[in-house]
Design a protein around this ligand. Structure first.
Ligand SMILES: *[C@@H]1O[C@H](CO)[C@@H](O)[C@H](O)[C@H]1NC(C)=O
Ligand SMILES: *[C@@H]1O[C@H](CO)[C@@H](O)[C@H](O)[C@H]1NC(C)=O
Ligand SMILES: *[C@@H]1O[C@H](CO)[C@@H](O)[C@H](O)[C@H]1NC(C)=O
Length: 132
């Protein structure tokens, strides 16, 4: 009767409910039980199944999120790198020329940091299951 084991009614008495005073998954794991209004309640199995499916969807969405994050980081790095190669004031001498050179060098350095970050996330074990 509690759908965990099925003793034949002719040879065995009905199995006792483990929690007779309440509705419990101990007694109703596989089967739906009708409630007092005659509506089916959801079985424990169904609830586990839904949770499992939801977990899959969740994982897909997390994968998409991580992929987006990596893409942004890569794009940002590319943009910085491109800007650092700007030839503006390349011929400039003296303090201004130095300042420009320094600025472009720091852009290039920053681009490298962002690129490293994106490839680190991409190759991390966190990413292993779902990154492209
Ligand atoms: C039981 O089912 C009826 C008909 O579908 C519905 O109107 C009612 O709200 C349900 N009762 C509960 C407690 O869900
Ligand atoms: C990179 O540059 C492009 C073109 O200028 C721009 O559309 C894009 O939003 C930039 N992306 C980032 C992450 O900065
Ligand atoms: C992650 O690395 C793989 C190669 O290991 C590459 O094909 C893919 O484009 C990278 N993904 C992103 C979002 O950078």
């Amino acid at each position: 009767i509690n759908c965990v084991t099925f003793p034949h009614p002719d040879v065995m008495p009905e199995q006792q409910l483990l929690k007779p005073s309440e509705w419990s998954y101990c007694d109703y794991f596989w089967a739906d039980k009708k409630d007092s209004q005659g509506n089916n309640t959801v079985s424990g199995f169904e609830i586990l199944l839904q949770k499992q499916l939801k977990g899959k969807q969740m994982q897909k969405e997390m994968a998409e999120f991580v992929r987006e994050r990596i893409k942004i980081e890569e794009e940002y790095a590319k943009n910085l790198s491109k800007l650092s190669q700007n030839s503006l004031a390349a011929q400039e001498e003296g303090t201004l020329g130095e300042a420009w050179a320094q600025l472009k060098k720091s852009l290039a350095d920053e681009a490298e940091v962002h690129l490293k970050f994106s490839s680190k996330v991409n190759s991390s074990s966190f990413c292993k299951d779902f990154c492209p």
